[in-house]
Design a binder for this molecule. Structure first.
Ligand SMILES: NC(=O)c1ccc[n+]([C@@H]2O[C@H](COP(=O)([O-])OP(=O)(O)OC[C@H]3O[C@@H](n4cnc5c(N)ncnc54)[C@H](OP(=O)(O)O)[C@@H]3O)[C@@H](O)[C@H]2O)c1
Length: 381
């Protein structure tokens, strides 16, 4: 295993952390966690030197913390830094902080959390934390040693990220979605550098875009790019090495669901290091990104100039779902996302063809036609 720096802290995290959001599951519709297999996987990784495990109140319907608490018995708790997260969306009053935190300690069978995060911060949840005086509570836990490091995970736009960084001088770390396709998404690369410059440890989530960048055989244009490399690597390893190559990345969390993935990612981590990719190899990953993007049916850049649509159609979000569904061959998953995330009156079939969006689109996209294509592709059969 290789170890890295963690902002201004003395902690030396393993390059790979275990994300416990995608533990192996038993067969069946509502299959719970396959605990014997999850135990084998997490303990194997720890035995190989992994020293950071990440869970949250909500993972696996609340069972991830419980199962992880059991996995970390027999001396494993002492070998790792344990990270979990306050369920931001459940906080209604200041007393809720203690309520959920105490339950988490109980579920995880521990008396402290090494890395505690405010889960999935967005402007709304951040405002809610401030309203309930989060820092009064958090600083007491830090002083009492119940929390060792305080941070947050993030899912909003870069300006919100910056304002959260600036609002508190004592953040120890943050967790952001970042991979070679999501360089300008949410906090993105600019957020990564911003946080690292301020001395925060930066934990990476969704390094394989939830598995989309790990297809054994990627689409032909992407495969052709990777096939040109002198050192052959699987697509998952290309994506992970691209992250480990960057000094601002403290550690990469992977949500591994099979023992084979754990073995592969542990082996990849042992080959990792800042600056270990050649310029040519970094170029290959950039070309792979272009090849993926070339598969997108709509060249929308999410500038939002088309918004607001006079009839409320959520054009950029629709194109994002449409593009991802086609690029990563998501099939039914993409359709579900369209139906679950876009309210009925914001969907593509609500376009009244007024043309306002096309007049304001800097890319001169034929938005009206693309909306028809997107709706046809994403509507449920
Ligand atoms: N705080 C937050 O808001 C938040 C949000 C998201 C994630 N997280 C945390 O961050 C962790 C990492 O995110 P993530 O789980 O989305 O990571 P990820 O690495 O982007 O995706 C994990 C998926 O990638 C696939 N995979 C992993 N290694 C592979 C390999 N070697 N070969 C082929 N496929 C491989 C598996 O897909 P299959 O299962 O389909 O095989 C796995 O489930 C999570 O587990 C969670 O702990 C936090």
């Amino acid at each position: 295993m290789k170890y890295r720096n963690f902002g201004k802290s003395d902690f030396k995290p393993s390059a790979l952390g275990f994300g416990c959001m995608r533990l192996p599951q038993l067969p069946g519709e509502d299959g719970g966690i396959d605990e014997p297999e999850a135990t084998r996987m997490v303990r194997y990784a720890i035995d190989q030197g992994l020293n950071y495990v990440d869970t949250a109140w909500s993972y696996h319907g609340g069972q991830s913390e419980v199962v992880l608490g059991r996995i970390l018995q027999d001396g494993y708790r002492e070998k790792v830094a344990l990270a979990t997260k306050m369920p931001s969306w459940l906080i209604e009053k200041s007393e809720d902080f203690d309520h959920y935190f105490d339950l988490q300690l109980e579920k995880l069978q521990t008396d402290h959390i090494d890395f505690y995060l405010l889960h999935s911060l967005r402007q709304k949840s951040w405002d809610n934390y401030l309203k309930h005086n989060l820092f009064d509570w958090a600083e007491k836990q830090l002083a009492d040693g119940r929390i060792r490091h305080l941070g947050f995970s993030f899912h909003d736009e870069l300006p919100v990220f910056e304002s959260i960084l600036n609002a508190y001088d004592h953040w120890d770390f943050c967790q952001i979605q970042y991979n070679y396709m999501d360089v300008d998404y949410q906090a993105g690369q600019r957020g990564l550098k911003m946080a690292a410059e301020r001395g925060l440890g930066v934990v990476i989530m969704e390094p394989l875009k939830g598995g989309r960048l790990a297809m054994e055989v990627p689409p032909e244009p992407v495969k052709r790019v990777f096939d040109r490399a002198k050192t052959p690597r699987k697509p998952a390893e290309w994506a992970l090495q691209w992250l480990w190559n960057q000094p601002e990345v403290s550690l990469v969390l992977s949500g591994m669901s099979t023992m084979e993935q754990v073995e592969q990612n542990v082996a990849s981590a042992s080959r990792s290091g800042v600056g270990s990719l050649t310029t040519e190899e970094v170029g290959i990953i950039e070309e792979a990104r272009d090849a993926w993007e070339g598969l997108a049916p709509v060249a929308c850049t999410h500038c939002d100039y088309c918004q607001p649509c006079p009839n409320g159609v959520l054009i950029p979000r629709i194109f994002e779902i449409y593009n991802n569904t086609v690029m990563y061959d998501l099939g039914e998953r993409g359709k579900r996302e369209y139906h679950n995330e876009i309210p009925e009156d914001g969907r593509a079939d609500h376009c009244i063809e007024c043309g306002n969006c096309e007049d304001s689109c800097p890319q001169h996209l034929t938005i009206i036609d693309y909306l028809k294509d997107a709706h046809e592709y994403l509507r449920e059969a």
